[in-house]
Write a protein that binds this ligand. Structure first.
Ligand SMILES: [Zn+2]
Length: 322
């Protein structure tokens, strides 16, 4: 059992202000942080304040013209960029850099010896492409940190994305890369945003075979979700043997979340987290878990709590948690 829970988080994430009816709003982190301060998690949590991501590293992933356009749109008081769902405010550009910086700081912490870190960040990142915002995402937090980890420390990274939606941005950024393996498990893209992530999308050139998409049928449930980890992902983890693992931890696959129809329960998230923990112990690589989606404010903090407890090998205090 790990006795510490390092969390990289800034209270300033709330200054990415979206309208109250927008599903990706500051309340998401408010309820998560409140939960992290309760029970056994509250006894072991240790918060680290992030620094903004350096522009030179953000530019490794994002086109400079997009970054300039994004900054200008915020400073001019525009209310969205690249589509109405991507709501922005005056501070969004700055806060997006802070979210990406949190994941970079997590990389620094694991390079100093931490084994598991959680980054509850917003705005989320996995839909952001190098040249555009998409699906509430502006900067691809995980891709920026993975690139940083890869280039600064020469590490081979695996990214497992269990958000209910395909992480098109992460996939495209590493599509021709054989040093960053992207795995996504998501709802059938023929019926689901953003429409990418078919099983035949497997990488290109040197990166061929280093992208694995596992689309699940609508109404799947825990059994199919968990089986995919055991039958399809585990052999790839054993073969690739990453130096580090990043989880794109979205919780919108939960049965009570309106954004998807995968019918996963909190027990399902606990099970896959236990599987990832067993890999971490067996192969001795550090794991960084980064929040992506998850919009039901009632259930999101419980999903996060069961995920963290399973990753840390902590028994649930309350049977209701599972
Ligand atoms: Zn999602």
């Amino acid at each position: 059992m790990l006795k510490r829970l390092p969390v990289v988080y800034s209270p300033e994430f709330k200054y990415h202000r979206t309208s109250p009816q927008h599903p990706e709003n500051p309340k998401r982190l408010e309820v998560i942080i409140q939960r992290l301060k309760e029970g056994i998690l509250g006894q072991i949590v240790e918060f680290f304040e992030p620094d903004p991501a350096p522009l030179e590293w953000v530019k490794e992933v994002h086109d400079i013209n997009y970054l300039l356009r994004f900054e200008e749109a915020c400073l001019r008081g525009r209310s969205f960029i690249c589509g109405k769902e991507n709501e922005i405010c005056y501070d969004t550009y700055e806060i997006a850099f802070l979210a990406a910086g949190a994941v970079i700081d997590a990389v620094e912490l694991v390079e100093k010896g931490e084994k598991f870190i959680f980054c509850p960040v917003r705005p989320p990142g996995h839909h952001a492409e190098s040249y555009t915002a998409l699906g509430f995402c502006f900067l691809n937090n995980i891709a920026i940190a993975a690139r940083y980890w890869q280039k600064k420390y020469g590490r081979r990274i695996m990214i497992i994305d269990w958000d209910a939606h395909h992480g098109n941005g992460i996939q495209n950024i590493f599509y021709e890369d054989d040093q960053v393996f992207y795995i996504s498990i998501h709802e059938n893209p023929r019926f689901s945003f953003p429409g990418t992530g078919l099983a035949e999308e497997r990488g290109r050139g040197r990166g061929e075979g280093y992208t694995l998409n596992i689309p699940l049928p609508l109404d799947s449930g825990d059994v199919q979700f968990v089986d995919a980890f055991i039958e399809q992902i585990e052999p790839v983890v054993k073969e690739f043997k990453p130096d580090g693992l990043i989880i794109a931890a979205g919780f919108d696959a939960h049965q009570d979340d309106d954004m998807a129809y995968l019918n996963v329960t909190t027990a399902g998230f606990a099970e896959v987290s236990e599987i990832v923990r067993s890999w971490r112990e067996e192969f001795d690589f550090p794991v960084i878990s980064v929040l992506e989606g998850g919009y039901n404010l009632e259930i999101l903090p419980t999903c996060v709590a069961v995920h963290l407890k399973a990753m840390l090998d902590i028994e649930a205090e309350d049977p209701e948690d599972f």
